[in-house]
Design a protein around this ligand. Structure first.
Ligand SMILES: C[S@@+](CC[C@H](N)C(=O)[O-])C[C@H]1O[C@@H](n2cnc3c(N)ncnc32)[C@H](O)[C@@H]1O
Length: 210
């Protein structure tokens, strides 16, 4: 099965965050700029829930039962499910979040339409992603064959995802970037800056509204 690697090695995936704090924290801080604790939110592809507590996410779905078991210990409500068929009613959430999940989806367009369905009127879809032509995206693509977790991914450019979002009915967009010139830029204080662009970052946050 395509995504069973997260079920086979959930702890190994979870530990990646402890060993890569220099990547994890800039990603977290960029997401914190747009995800607000007082809002009611769903994370699609929550995995082991590493972004959940610091961001105050309320509910997470994921096809991996084993990953969800770990996420649950972080105090979030979890449900087995996929983004293409979200197990919630229309108009439920202030935001829907996906962090490094779009590249694993069977059908991103369907997932964006589903996200729009479960969002409240003024809600937002927040996507954290590694663009395919970014420095980190290129490294992942070069090492794809031997990578445990990124073997089967399909990376997209920020423009491609924005196009899909438009066709799903979103039409207002805001972009943030961090991991700027990573890993060519060695100085943490430089590559971890957060900017309102999407041209040089290895981690992009897209906020899409209707
Ligand atoms: C790279 S992990 C990211 C996990 C978490 N968001 C994080 O940043 O730590 C990708 C996650 O997407 C999940 N996933 C794969 N296909 C999915 C789908 N169709 N719908 C929702 N989640 C999916 C995987 O099980 C995995 O937990």
């Amino acid at each position: 099965m395509k995504n069973s690697v997260f079920s086979d090695y959930p702890l190994k995936y979870d530990r990646w965050y402890d060993n890569n704090r220099d990547l994890y924290w800039p990603e977290m801080l960029a997401l914190k700029r747009v995800v607000k604790k007082e809002e009611f939110g769903l994370e699609i592809g929550i995995g082991t829930g590493r972004f959940t507590m610091p961001l105050g996410v309320n509910i997470g779905i994921d096809p991996s039962y084993e990953a969800l078991q770990i996420a649950q210990t972080r105090g979030v409500e979890v449900i087995e499910g996929i983004g293409e068929d979200i197990p919630f009613e229309c108009d439920t959430f202030d935001y829907v979040l996906m962090v490094t999940t779009v590249c694993f989806l069977e059908n991103p367009k369907k997932t964006f339409k589903e996200s729009k369905r479960v969002l409240r009127k003024k809600g937002k879809l927040v996507i954290g992603m590694i663009p395919k032509r970014s420095d980190l995206g290129k490294i992942h693509l070069e090492n794809k064959e031997t990578s445990l977790f990124f073997k089967d991914v399909i990376f997209y450019s920020t423009k491609e995802i924005t196009r899909y979002l438009k066709s799903a009915g979103f039409n207002k967009f805001q972009f943030l970037q961090t991991l700027i010139n990573y890993p060519k830029e060695k100085e943490y204080f430089r590559y971890s800056k957060i900017q309102n662009e999407y041209d040089r970052g290895s981690f992009i946050v897209i906020t899409a509204k209707i």
